[in-house]
Design a protein around this ligand. Structure first.
Ligand SMILES: *Cc1c(COP(=O)(O)O)cnc(C)c1O
Length: 724
């Protein structure tokens, strides 16, 4: 038996435009993640699906309507070697997955990304019925049955594939909830070896980590319970428990929620920016109402981009010339980047002009960069409505004045796909195409078809300003602006996602988004702020030239942007964060839980069961705030006394805290200790907070009891608490 590092599951992977099995940021992130793991020799295996026709190819017709083309992918054109996976006797490896009472078969394709192997399951093989052969045709199908089937193939099929390949990961990383059924399949495998369900669950949870990407409740993948019953009817019992217990792991508001399943079965969870971490804590708080928002165990690891993929070749040569020779191996050290400041401004500006020219050529834009102009503003991303592509058109007259200034012209370049079922998203494309046809926006507003990684590369390398106007806080991270920053393109963005961390006042522009008021008010404020930035700062700075016709101050912004952002928002830093805060702890935990025939997993399972069975008897009675001058505690401290009824739960198994807020000091906690037994299962707890002086006439103090164990991954693992 050999252990094999991290298994990284994702519904989409964006490695290169030649293998179009991605839709947007999630897939690009997954692709960049495995490339960085390969660079840094992190042992990792990717698992996904091979979509025969990929996402879709976009055409935009004369009326601005998006057409969806589904050509068969020819993987022989892939820049990464793609091979059919064979078994020991040289036959194509086929795995079997239970689906709604029948069996579906899948083969696997491997994609070699340096030292990392990515495996992709595919059902278009003869063993399957005609209908099942189509299951893995396209990414994010609208048909819920196909969608659920794909998620079963990914999660259950993916786990079976790894077993068939004798890959036994230390850590299982779920990139978004689509793949979360892998947890059930791993429990099933343990159950088949005779491990009881709750023990298996603890062992699986210990070694599983989850990255959530979706800041809005509506964005989470949800299936009706009767549908889950249909697909899992003869699977539940194989897990060694009953239907209700399985459903309880994912049930939210009467439906089965994949994010909830992932949260229930992970020992570590992270959001993809600090802000998104907070938003996710808010969101998950609805599922764990006993736990205050700030205690919901969600960390954040801010996304990054893979420098080798996104840096323009010419810019890389410039960096090679001026940066320390090993800069590419030390991208997360700010020192490696400091020498960007030493690049002669003319050289950096010239290299940017080269990238700009290349973009004009590749995208067929009828523009010329003589004297550095016109100022090009890029906006390219999925046309999801929260990204507000139309925000900049809020006042078309004002925009026309900005773009049409004959002395200081500016252009907007748009690109992006809307999901085939997203009518409002497609309306956005139509609206922008219509704008681009207005005489006043002729040769000022362009729409580029079929946004993909190649177009993204030309744009993030070649425009002058990268615009992002999401409705805060709905952009979990965003990564295209990071690609732009690396190339000396300046960001102008709402302070959402990564930009809330990246912006420093000297490396781009922040649209100071309104977070109060309704959507309309927010949009009005944001567009006003955007116009002001364009009129008063961005356009003037761009056209402010010195006697060598160089925009010296603009170039300083470019340098600041590269120096301050490149060391942080790259996937090498990101992978190291994952390794340190997720992979290493989960791997140790997983090993510990599984050791000695699952002794710890079994102990934790039994303990949680005991707590669940008896928690209803836990009560907080009589909270007293003792006067600080009353002797025992001493002056200037506030002491608390509470009587806690624990029943048969021992006091070593709980933590008792006074939790309060008094407006001035925010939220604080003070630990209370048992000082006296009052009766059977009833204790007096007392404690004082060393650094909080509470005005107890005004304070809002509660006492909280939570079950604890040194074997828990975090303080609120049971999601239980008693308050008084
Ligand atoms: C980087 C990238 C994205 C993600 O961009 P966001 O800023 O996160 O919206 C989407 N699509 C493609 C093709 C990309 O290269």
């Amino acid at each position: 038996m050999h252990k094999s590092g991290v298994a990284y599951f994702s519904a989409e992977f964006g490695l290169d435009e030649s293998l179009p099995i991605y839709s947007g940021g999630l897939g690009i992130l997954a692709g960049d993640h495995i490339k960085a793991a390969a660079d840094l020799n992190v042992p990792l295996t990717g698992v996904g699906l091979y979509y025969g026709k990929g996402y879709f190819q976009q055409r935009i017709d004369d009326g601005g309507s998006q057409q969806h083309l589904y050509p068969e992918i020819d993987h022989r054109g892939s820049v990464y070697p793609v091979r059919l996976v064979k078994n020991d006797v040289g036959q194509p490896l086929v795995i079997e997955v239970p689906l709604s009472g029948r069996h579906v078969y899948a083969n696997a394709w491997s994609v070699q990304v340096g030292s990392v192997m990515l495996y992709l399951l595919h059902t278009d093989i003869e063993a399957n019925s005609v209908a099942d052969r189509r299951l893995t045709d396209t990414l994010y199908p609208s048909d819920q049955n196909v969608r659920l089937s794909q998620e079963i193939l990914l999660g259950i099929g993916g786990a079976r594939l790894l077993a068939a390949l004798d890959i036994q990961p230390d850590v299982w990383h779920m990139n978004e909830g689509h793949c979360a059924f892998l947890t059930l399949e791993r429990i099933r495998m343990l159950s088949a070896e005779g491990i009881p369900f709750e023990t298996a669950l603890e062992a699986v949870k210990a070694s599983t980590v989850f990255t959530t990407h979706t800041p809005v409740p509506a964005g989470h993948d949800v299936f009706p319970i009767d549908m889950i019953d249909r697909y899992f009817g003869d699977y539940y019992w194989q897990l060694g428990t009953d239907r209700d217990r399985v459903l309880s792991l994912g049930c939210v508001d009467g439906a089965f929620n994949m994010t909830r399943l992932a949260v229930s079965l992970s020992s570590k969870i992270n959001g993809v920016s600090q802000l998104h971490g907070e938003v996710s804590r808010d969101l998950f708080h609805r599922w764990m109402p006993h736990i205050p928002k700030q205690d919901i165990p969600v960390d954040s690891i801010t996304n990054g981009i893979h420098i080798g993929t996104w840096l323009a070749a010419g810019m890389k040569e410039l960096f090679d010339r001026y940066l320390p020779s090993d800069w590419a191996a030390r991208t997360m050290e700010p020192d490696s980047w400091a020498a960007v400041r030493d690049i002669p401004p003319g050289a950096l500006w010239e290299e940017h002009q080269q990238a700009k020219q290349k973009m004009f050529r590749e995208l067929g834009l009828p523009l010329d960069e003589s004297d550095g102009g016109p100022l090009i503003i890029g906006f390219a991303r999925r046309f999801a409505t929260y990204k507000r592509a139309l925000l900049i058109f809020s006042d078309p007259d004002r925009l026309a004045r900005i773009l049409g200034d004959p002395q200081r012209p500016a252009c907007l370049v748009f690109a992006g796909k809307a999901h085939p079922a997203d009518g409002p998203g497609q309306d956005l494309i139509r609206a922008i195409v219509a704008r681009s046809r207005e005489p006043r926006f002729k040769d000022r507003v362009f729409v580029i078809e079929n946004y993909a990684m190649d177009k993204a590369r030309w744009l993030v390398q070649g425009v002058d300003v990268w615009l992002n106007t999401p409705m805060k806080p709905m952009e979990a991270s965003g990564t295209s602006g990071q690609k732009a920053a690396l190339n000396g393109v300046l960001n102008c963005s709402v302070l959402d996602g990564w930009w809330a961390e990246g912006y420093n006042g000297r490396n781009g522009w922040a649209i100071d988004s309104a977070t109060d008021g309704d959507r309309e008010y927010q949009s009005k404020q944001d567009s006003e702020a955007l116009y002001r930035l364009l009129e008063e700062e961005i356009v003037p700075l761009f056209y402010k030239r010195d006697d060598q016709k160089l925009p010296a101050e603009w170039v300083n912004f470019m340098k600041e942007s590269i120096c301050s952002l490149a060391p942080v928002f790259n996937t090498h830093r990101m992978i190291n964060d994952y390794r340190r805060t997720m992979y290493v702890p989960a791997s140790e935990r997983g090993r510990r839980f599984a050791a000695d025939r699952f002794e710890i997993a079994s102990k934790v399972a039994a303990y949680k069961q005991f707590i669940r069975d008896h928690w209803s008897g836990v009560r907080v009675r009589n909270i007293e705030i003792l006067d600080g001058t009353s002797g025992r505690i001493g002056l200037n401290k506030t002491a608390f006394r509470a009587v806690i009824q624990l029943g048969i739960i021992g006091h070593k198994d709980v933590r008792v805290e006074a939790v309060g807020s008094d407006g001035r000091q925010g939220i604080w906690k003070a630990k209370l200790e048992p000082v006296q037994q009052q009766g059977k299962g009833v204790y007096v707890y007392e404690g004082a907070s060393p650094d909080v002086t509470v005005d107890f006439r005004k304070a809002n103090v509660n006492v909280r009891v939570t079950p604890v164990s040194p074997d828990f991954a975090h303080d609120f693992e049971t999601e239980l608490a008693a308050w008084g």
